[in-house]
Design a protein around this ligand. Structure first.
Ligand code: NAD
Length: 333
């Protein structure tokens, strides 16, 4: 089986991470037909936009993309490519696993959380305005359709990945209508999974405290956009930070896999940055494609090389380059 996959190397450290990731994914023996699409800083000069239409067309055609980070130019008038992609392709679910890794310094050892964030509405719908000179209003949009869709994604994820519980996170005690609708929608979907996956809910402030004190009590979390943005970084912090945090943006017809971190321009071209988050995003892509054995092999190889600690990048206390780390992981696969 050969998969056609859109590969967006990105800019900054992106291209180096993408090379390392490609080597690891190819080491699984699975065939990839890489449709390489440049986007970001380089295409602004050449094509007048950081996100040419051909990139979207490629992802629509292939249904799957893996993407390095892309710089959001400050003050240039261009929107974030990352946000534009999610909106154009209606990538409604942002999935971020947070799993402890031996060899990565953190406060806990056994964290294994999946954060499922609704990616299309809430306060991120971008509807805000000034009310006179001294006040401003942002409108929080919550719909039953989007809330049920994200809840269903979370429950399906739980069923397909042997997870036992979904926790809906909200502030329905204060925002009784909007967050109330989110919670109600999650409860409706949960009823369809009764007996297979447990369901509970937590108020978001309490959730943050509980995640810091008793993270082992939680499994899959489903959240509206804003809380999801914040709590997923909290969860990444529990397992050692953004450098090792993979992510997936999933829609009905396309999915884009990318690390949580940005383009770290100061390390660009230095063969220094850690490709772990992009490689693990590649493992999420394999899982999405149904290639579970290959996904497990990639994750185990990353974990083994990081735990061993002899061929790791500067951020994990080593002196290996991006390329050497990638080669060590590929050899393990
Ligand atoms: P960043 O994540 O790029 O870098 C923050 C710091 O984290 C870096 O200086 C570096 O010390 C460390 N770091 C990040 N990734 C690393 C890696 N793989 N290996 C080792 N160290 C790593 O965040 P930033 O500096 O706020 O953003 C830089 C640019 O990236 C901005 O233009 C921002 O808009 C963009 N960005 C893009 C994405 C994306 O493409 N999805 C996400 C976040 C930020």
């Amino acid at each position: 089986m050969t998969y056609s996959v859109t590969l967006i190397p990105g800019d900054g450290i992106g291209p180096e991470l993408a090379d390392a990731t490609r080597g690891v994914l190819e080491a699984t023996g699975i065939g990839f037909d890489w449709d390489v699409q440049e986007a970001g800083e380089a295409t602004i000069a050449a094509e007048g936009t950081p996100l040419p239409d051909r990139v979207l067309e490629s992802i629509r055609r292939n249904g799957v993309a893996i993407k390095g980070p892309i710089t959001t130019p400050v003050g240039s008038g261009f929107r974030s490519v990352n946000v534009s992609l999610r909106q154009a392709l209606e990538l409604y679910a942002n999935v971020r696993p947070a799993r402890s890794m031996k060899g990565v310094a953190s406060r806990y050892e056994d964290i294994d959380l999946i954060i499922v964030r609704e990616n299309t509405e809430d306060l991120y719908a971008g509807i805000e305005h000034r009310v006179g000179p001294d006040a401003a209003e942002s409108i929080k949009i919550i719909t039953r359709a989007a809330s049920q869709r994200i809840a269903r994604y979370a429950f399906e994820y739980a069923v397909n990945n042997g997870r036992r519980k979904v926790t809906a996170v909200h502030k329905a005690n204060i925002m009784k209508l909007s967050d109330g609708l989110f919670l109600e929608s999650c409860g409706q979907v949960a009823a369809e999974y009764a007996g297979r996956v447990d369901f509970e809910d937590r108020i978001v402030d309490n959730m943050c405290m509980q995640l810091v004190q008793k993270p082992e009590l939680y499994d899959v979390l489903v959240l509206p956009n804003l809380y999801g943005d914040i709590v997923s970084d909290l969860a990444a912090g529990l397992v050692g930070g953004l450098g090792v945090a993979p992510g997936a943006n999933i829609g009905e017809t396309a999915a884009v896999f990318e690390p949580v971190h940005g383009s770290a321009p100061k390390y660009a071209g230095l063969n220094k940055a850690n490709p772990t988050a992009l490689i693990l995003s590649g493992a999420l892509m394999l899982r999405h494609l149904g290639e579970t054995d290959a996904a497990n092999a990639v994750e185990s190889a990353v974990r083994a090389v990081v735990a061993e600690g002899t061929t790791v990048t500067y951020d994990l206390g080593g002196s290996a380059g991006t390329r050497e780390f990638g080669e060590a992981v590929a050899a393990r696969v």
